[in-house]
Design a protein around this ligand. Structure first.
Ligand SMILES: [Zn+2]
Length: 285
């Protein structure tokens, strides 16, 4: 009798315990939630305001790892160091890279940047742009990868996940269409300035030219700033985008010297669709 009761209780516990899913950055949290909704517990590693380039997990997050059922990585920089440590912490935890299948491009693919890269003998891995989620085309691939992993982890809810995947794919398609409408008047290869080169996939997708102030992840030297000011004038740039995760000191100098505006926008914003549309609106102005 007691055995039967205990068995029943353990079944109940099992039924109520949601799978625990870990993600690296906030847009991933948004994507997983779109598909899983309330069926899984999602834990975020890089909290808003932190940079995924330099992030270091807290001890409490390392503990959370040992209770996780799935880790969705995305190829951001801190993962290069930490994923191996996460795997050591929880050897049976499956890791799914949601950027799998995405065609990666070089970071800050721009002639001046490349001179610098050659100079410092950059490694292959570091020169690929990790900010893949700024292009709707890439997020379609991510959505499919997330769905595949969730359906495998929790097959009972597969139909539910599939329905949500289809809704999310429709939202991605609508986002892309809205961006294209907003940008249709812009000439091809229009230049926009950014402090940190996080909009490379967005630029590639919509035929724009991203010019980054940051050089190899470091603040620019005075000669770099002079070069960007010159470029801003030549290319008729009207705005420079800064990111709340980084200092906007050099962006402010460039803006002042070239008579343009500084706009703050983060690719790590949780409202992924709205954020990309805001970027397009700023560019279209
Ligand atoms: Zn970045």
């Amino acid at each position: 009798m007691i055995k039967a009761l205990l068995f029943f209780l353990s079944l109940q516990l099992f039924a109520f315990a949601k799978p625990v899913v870990l993600v690296s950055i906030l847009p991933q949290h948004t994507f997983v939630q779109k598909i899983a909704q309330d069926k899984v517990d999602i834990h975020l590693m890089v909290k808003p305001g932190s940079s995924p380039h330099s992030y270091e997990p807290k001890p409490s997050q390392m503990v959370a790892l040992s209770k996780a059922d799935l880790y969705f990585s995305i190829g951001v920089e801190f993962e290069n160091v930490w994923l191996d440590r996460f795997k050591a912490q929880n050897p049976t935890l499956p890791f799914i890279d949601i950027s799998e299948g995405i065609q990666k491009i070089a970071i800050g693919a721009h002639h001046h940047e490349e001179e610098h890269h050659a100079h410092h003998g950059h490694e292959e891995k570091q020169s690929l742009d990790p900010h893949t989620w700024t292009s709707p085309k890439n997020v379609k691939i991510m959505a499919q990868n997330i769905y595949n992993a969730l359906a495998k982890l929790d097959p009972t809810n597969q139909t539910f996940y599939k329905k949500n995947l289809d809704l999310f794919l429709a939202e991605i398609k609508a986002t892309d269409a809205q961006i294209r409408t907003l940008l249709q008047e812009l000439p091809a290869q229009s230049t926009f300035l950014v402090f940190h080169p996080s909009w490379g996939y967005f630029a590639a997708e919509y035929d724009l030219n991203q010019v980054a102030v940051e050089v190899d992840g470091k603040s620019p030297k005075p000669k770099d700033i002079m070069r960007i000011i010159q470029e801003a004038k030549e290319e008729n740039a009207r705005v420079i985008f800064a990111q709340p995760e980084f200092s906007d000191k050099s962006a402010q100098i460039i803006a002042k010297e070239s008579g343009i505006k500084v706009l703050k926008i983060s690719p790590l914003n949780g409202q992924w669709s709205k954020n990309l549309i805001t970027m397009a609106q700023a560019l279209a102005k």
